[in-house]
Design a protein around this ligand. Structure first.
Ligand SMILES: C[S@@+](CC[C@H](N)C(=O)[O-])C[C@H]1O[C@@H](n2cnc3c(N)ncnc32)[C@H](O)[C@@H]1O
Length: 273
């Protein structure tokens, strides 16, 4: 299955590579994805029991309501789309409403989030320093997810755990033989910066060291751990004893305002491929 949204740093274009480096299937107990974003790897795999989390509360609110109410989400999305077709400036009305009710964990906010993300420029989610969604309207006709597709996503999410939390909070839930995929925001590379505006707090460089420390704790517990990150000296050093596989891909680099070839790493604590 494919994700229901585009997400900055999403791994949809690397999915074939990620699938090559999964741990032995018959040894994996449960699956954890604590930097969920669009969940590219979750949707491409079929683990029995999954723990899906992200620090972005609007994203997780949307997952939650798609899981429980896919038909209502679809009907409300359709209402927004009909108004948008009559007047494209309606996008900004929805954006204002979304920013007005940021604290609300409601179905209405979930629908606004889905509508905005599919109608915005380049289909991205980005917030400013006050945590307000600030992406302008996109140039293309929005391709909103159909009722049928939202129902399929809902079925895929059933029986799995969803939460809004920071990555380190899942440590106490993990057990030996669980598989944890860590895909944090990337550090700056060669003076260019990767996208960091998932939350108003961004992801400072010192957090890369926190992720590596966290990965080592999971390793000590006997978990299977896979990390994606940029191929920089700092990341190579943080995971000096781990298995590393180099990949080349293209990514949108915000300060260059274009897509560029970049080198990335898949890092594991088990032998892959
Ligand atoms: C590179 S994206 C993940 C992309 C995802 N693997 C995909 O394929 O779409 C990184 C994610 O980490 C989340 N994030 C940032 N800081 C976090 C934190 N402290 N704890 C948990 N998630 C965090 C962001 O909201 C973002 O969704």
């Amino acid at each position: 299955m494919k994700p229901f949204l585009r997400w900055a740093g999403g791994k949809q274009n690397l999915i074939k590579d990620l699938l090559k480096y999964l741990p032995p299937e018959d040894e994996v107990n449960r699956y954890f994805e604590p930097f969920l974003g669009a969940g590219s790897l979750f949707f491409a795999t079929n683990y029995n029991k999954c723990f899906l989390s992200d620090i972005n509360k609007d994203l997780m609110n949307c997952y939650r309501f798609i899981k429980t109410d896919p038909n209502l989400i679809s009907e409300n999305l359709e209402i927004h789309y009909t108004k948008f077709q009559k007047n494209e400036q309606y996008y900004y009305e929805v954006r204002d409403q979304f920013n007005e009710y940021l604290e609300e964990k409601s179905l209405k906010q979930a629908v606004r989030f889905l509508f905005l993300i599919h109608t915005s420029f380049n289909g991205i989610y980005r917030v400013n320093l006050n945590g307000k969604y600030n992406v302008p309207i996109g140039k293309r006709k929005p391709a909103l997810p159909s009722k049928d597709f939202l129902n399929q996503i809902s079925i895929k999410l059933k029986g799995n755990f969803l939460a809004t939390r920071s990555f380190s909070a899942i440590l106490k839930m993990t057990l030996k033989n669980d598989f944890i995929y860590l895909d944090p925001p990337y550090p700056p590379i060669n003076g260019t910066s990767f996208f960091q505006h998932y939350t108003k707090d961004k992801f400072p460089q010192k957090d890369q060291a926190r992720v590596a420390k966290f990965a080592n704790k999971l390793d000590q517990k006997g978990c299977f751990v896979m990390v994606s990150n940029a191929n920089t000296d700092m990341i190579q050093e943080l995971y000096s004893n781990w298995n590393k596989y180099e990949l080349e891909t293209t990514r949108y680099i915000s300060c260059k305002k274009k897509r560029m070839k970049v080198n990335e790493l898949i890092i594991t604590n088990y032998k892959g491929d």
